[in-house]
Design a protein around this ligand. Structure first.
Ligand SMILES: Cc1cc2nc3c(=O)[nH]c(=O)nc-3n(C[C@H](O)[C@H](O)[C@H](O)COP(=O)(O)OP(=O)(O)OC[C@H]3O[C@@H](n4cnc5c(N)ncnc54)[C@H](O)[C@@H]3O)c2cc1C
Length: 417
């Protein structure tokens, strides 16, 4: 829907002026946002949004920020699960799962990567075997962000080992709060433990929680991943993503202490890279240093061209409905920009860049973000994998040697280490 951004801004400002109350609980606030459609204003109305276009969405977010109001839920549920369920879910599945995502009461995790299947995710070995109306799941996932807080997970599992690897996979919406699911947090080099190993031992998922057709899990997962690589994803917000928000506390407390407990991963997902970098430069840089100025100008140019390519990709998405392989270019660019911002930002801090965490300038927030930046080249598919996607799916270059034959072999006959 084409919207008049000014009219949206006026309407949203009135709504926030009337309803924002820091004394409400987070639960109550998120419920109000969900019921009013202001939580995710660009989502279709039938899924809890207002069906606004991007300009309208930006106007609504601006109105919320001007009111000083806490944002909607953020995380795997909103930016990965929601668009996938909107695209592939039956009406019944959408009615059952989307409300808990929009109002933040159901945190989700993504259960794709395995110890033996990361870049080659189609080689995954976690099995799901049919048992009446249910599937029994056995296997292991890894790097599952936020799984220790998740009530549900999007799971891809092998349902037919006799099929070639891309064809025997099915996509499920699994209950994480059951005896057959064990979650073990992993500590990262940032010091935080945002992601986990997840072990499935005779875990169960009902047939009604299969998303998409049997054996079509690869296609469904590719949709999820294209949303993950899309920096313009409408489900990405500015509140802490990993259930560090207590639903029963006053929302004003969270609005005031929003950065206190979050790690670099969360800061990146809260869209804080740019603002933190700007603070590092504006508050600390010696801009009389010609070498620093040169690096800064290079980065400014990169940020501008990156915004232009993002606009072009957004137009392509609009034309085609779902993000396609073009988002790989944005993901690559985003990862490179993150590294550049880390280096120039640490340069701006000068010798204070060597301080550790909370002792460092900007309450150590820039340091938290800086430590996380290498992950941008890995999460959601590594840089090398994005290069392969661009080469093969956009430029039409030949696939990797031997891959065509492997794609036709039954999964059970593939060599495995
Ligand atoms: C912060 C973070 C959060 C994450 N969250 C989740 C999550 O919530 N859920 C989830 O399922 N996963 C998650 N992941 C996992 C992520 O998707 C994988 O780490 C990623 O896909 C790479 O897989 P891998 O780690 O197994 O590396 P590997 O696939 O083993 O790759 C190792 C190296 O080999 C290179 N390589 C591999 N294959 C090729 C090839 N064909 N051509 C060229 N180079 C190649 C890779 O680029 C990489 O440099 C997360 C990762 C990070 C860093």
């Amino acid at each position: 829907m084409n919207t008049d951004a000014d009219a949206v801004h006026i309407e949203a400002s009135e709504w926030f002026a009337e309803h924002w109350d820091p004394a409400r609980s987070v639960r109550e606030w998120w419920r109000l946002l969900a019921d009013s459609g202001w939580a995710f204003p660009t989502w279709p109305t039938e899924y809890g949004g207002r069906g606004l276009d991007k300009a309208g969405g930006r106007a609504a977010v601006l109105a919320r920020k001007e009111a000083g109001a806490f944002g909607p839920p953020n995380g795997v549920a909103t930016f990965l699960v929601a668009p996938t369920v909107m695209h592939y879910g039956s009406e019944e599945q959408q009615a059952r799962h989307l409300p808990g995502i929009v109002d933040g009461t159901t945190p989700w995790c993504q259960l794709f990567s395995e110890p033996g299947a990361g870049s080659d995710i189609a080689g995954l070995a976690t099995r799901a075997v049919r048992d009446g109306d249910e599937w029994i799941v056995n296997g292991q996932k890894v790097w599952s962000s936020g799984a220790q807080h998740a009530k549900r997970g999007i799971l891809i599992a092998r349902t037919d080992p006799d099929q070639p690897k891309h064809r025997g996979i099915t996509f499920f919406l699994i209950d994480m709060e059951q005896p057959g699911v064990e979650v073990r947090p992993l500590r990262e080099m940032t010091g935080a433990a945002a992601f986990n190993e997840v072990f499935f031992t005779e875990a169960r998922v009902h047939e009604s929680d299969r998303l998409g057709e049997l054996g079509e899990g690869w296609r469904v997962a590719m949709t999820t991943l294209s949303h993950e690589r899309d920096p313009d994803n409408a489900g990405l917000g500015d509140t802490p993503p990993f259930a560090t928000v207590d639903l029963d506390e006053p929302v004003g407390k969270h609005a005031a202490t929003i950065f206190d407990t979050v790690d670099g991963f969360s800061l990146a997902m809260m869209g804080q890279a740019g603002p933190l970098f700007d603070r590092a430069v504006n508050e600390h840089a010696d801009t009389s240093d010609p070498v620093f100025r040169q690096e800064l100008m290079k980065l400014v140019t990169e940020r501008r061209t990156s915004r232009l390519s993002a606009q072009r990709a957004a137009a392509a998405v609009k034309a085609g409905g779902q993000p396609g392989p073009e988002v790989s270019t944005l993901k690559l660019k985003g990862a490179a920009l993150n590294r550049q911002m880390r280096d120039v930002g640490l340069g701006a801090l000068g010798p204070a860049a060597m301080l550790d965490h909370d002792d460092a300038p900007i309450d150590g927030l820039f340091h938290r973000y800086a430590l996380f930046t290498p992950a941008a080249s890995i999460a959601g598919g590594s840089d090398e994998v994005q290069h392969n996607i661009i080469g093969e799916r956009i430029l039409g270059l030949p696939r990797e040697p031997g891959e065509a034959e492997q794609r036709e072999l039954p999964w059970k006959d593939l060599p495995r280490s």
